[in-house]
Structure formats: C-alpha cells, structure tokens
Design a binder for this molecule. Structure first.
Ligand code: GUN
Length: 282
C-alpha cells in the first residue's frame, strides 16, 4: 500500500485565495491589512523566508512592510522599532524573524510586540491563552499542520498523537492544538527512551526535530498519518525529518518535503494577519 500524499502546496494556495477574497471585501470598507516583518542580520535561510513572506503578503492584497536591520543592531534600536510598529494603525501584524543574532534577548523582543499584533503567536500571553483554551493567536506552522490533519482525518478526538520535538515554535504549540482537538498527546524529544516503539503507537505522527531522514519507515504504524515539519538542506536538496521513501510504504497519509507543511506556514501567517485586522476593526 502506498500512502496518500497530503498536498500542502495546493491546500495553501486555496487558503490564500480565500484570504484574498476577504482582503478584497475589506478594501471596500477602506481597510487594508498590513504585515510588518523584521529581519535582523543576514542569515541566508531567513532572507529567503522573508522575501517569500513579502511576496505572498502582496499577492493577497495586503501591505507588506519590511524592516531589515544589520546584525550589529543593538536591542534598544530593535525595541524602538517594535514600539513604532505597535503604535502604527496601518500595521496589523508584526513578525520578528527568528533566530535573532547572538546577544539579543529573544523573549524580551517577542514580548514587546502587542499580543493582538503577534501574528506568530509567540508572545507569552498568546502561549498562555492557547494553553488555557482562550482565544489566542496560534503559531503558524502547527496551525498549518492542524488544518492538514483535520482536512484528511476529520475529528482528531481519541486518536493517539506523538509529536517529536519540544520547541516553542512547533512542538509545544502542536501538542496544545492536538490536545484542544481531544487527541491523546505524547511529546517526545532527544531524551525519550525507545522512541521507535513510542512512534509505532501513533495514529498521528508529527516530526519536528530538524534532522534529515530521522524517522524510519519501521517506526510508523501501518495506516498512520505522518506530518513532516522538517526542512533540512542537504547535498540531495531539501529533505524532511522523515525517511519519505520508506514511510510512504507504511503510512496512510504523509506530507511531502517540499510541498507539505512549508507552504501552509506562510498561508497561516496571512490568515493570522487577517484575524488580527478583523479584531482591530471591531
Ligand atoms: N524562524 C523559523 N520559523 C519561524 C517562525 O515561524 N516565525 C518566526 N518569526 N521566525 C521563525
């Protein structure tokens, strides 16, 4: 049996088309959503992400504000920019690209963003709201994974979900979202014992470890739904955290890399920006 491929690229394109329609409706009321992206330093991968975020923001009819600061920028300068963006009514969403250069206090920077403009969902208030079941801005990558899971599986209630990775950006919020949908959730990490046996219990397996081809085909429960969050640059090009060629023989459904979770992240960022705009306009 060969797994169904979950086409995140096509799903994300449909989502962006729906967002564009809603943005056009808002334009009729004189409202244009604005997303500000702040990039500090010259990290090549971050530059690629920021460029494509800007392009897709404009494609759906929103305004993109890009702020590129040198790696030598001091924290006070960055804080002053965030204060300016917080106060700017044309800016509905603010994203500070991570990682920040060494020496910067990432938590302080993130928590300086107004929670209602925090389209990444990384502000401590949004993290707390998600964890306590309140209306929150939800981190884009796990939100995109959830959309693909719901679309393919319908209800997630009672399903065994294993999330590999405990980052603040993906693993932890992914676990919260799965729990909110009544899955039974286990978060695995580098100190987990017998990871393979644990994964074999998973109806839903989310891999967010950042190690190429880490998850082996024989770790996967036959028929499971596998979400591969990894984007690893190797000599063979972009590969995921899952050994796709082996996993596709066992899983029921699996996201490819590229073309799976990646495109969903930016589409969800635009969805969050639209949500922030709607909330700021009553
Ligand atoms: N760096 C890697 N992923 C992300 C993300 O989702 N948001 C931000 N701001 N930076 C990132």
């Amino acid at each position: 049996m060969t797994a169904q491929t979950l086409d995140g690229k096509a799903f994300a394109a449909r989502l962006r088309a729906r967002i564009a329609t809603q943005v056009a409706d808002l334009a009729g009321q004189g409202i244009v959503p604005g997303l500000a992206v702040v990039l500090v330093g010259e990290d090549p991968a971050s530059q690629v992400y920021v460029r494509s975020k800007g392009r897709m923001t404009r494609e759906v009819g929103m305004t993109s504000f890009e702020h590129r600061l040198p790696a030598s920028t001091d924290q006070d300068t960055l804080m002053a920019l965030i204060a300016k963006l917080n106060a700017d009514p044309a800016v509905n969403g603010i994203l500070v690209q991570l990682p920040l250069p060494k020496g910067m206090d990432e938590a302080a920077v993130i928590n300086a963003i107004l929670p209602e403009k925090d389209v990444d969902g990384f502000h401590i208030l949004n993290v707390g709201r998600l964890a306590t079941g309140q209306k929150a801005m939800v981190p884009c990558t796990p939100l995109g994974c959830l959309m693909l899971l719901r679309d393919y599986l319908g209800s997630l209630a009672g399903r065994n979900a294993v999330v590999i990775g405990r980052s603040n950006i993906v693993g932890k919020p992914m676990a919260q979202l799965l729990l909110r949908d009544s899955a039974t959730v286990t978060v695995a990490h580098s100190r987990t014992t017998d990871l393979a046996a644990l994964c074999r219990q998973a109806d839903i397996l989310v891999a967010a470890v950042g190690r190429p081809h880490f998850v082996q085909g024989d770790w996967i429960k036959p028929g499971a739904t596998v979400i591969d969050v990894g984007i690893n640059r190797t000599d063979d090009g972009l590969v995921g955290d899952v050994d796709f060629a082996a996993a596709v023989q066992v899983a029921g459904a699996i996201t490819p890399v590229p073309g799976g979770v990646g495109p969903m992240t930016i589409a969800c960022l635009l969805a969050n920006t639209l949500t922030a705009t709607a909330r700021s306009n009553g």
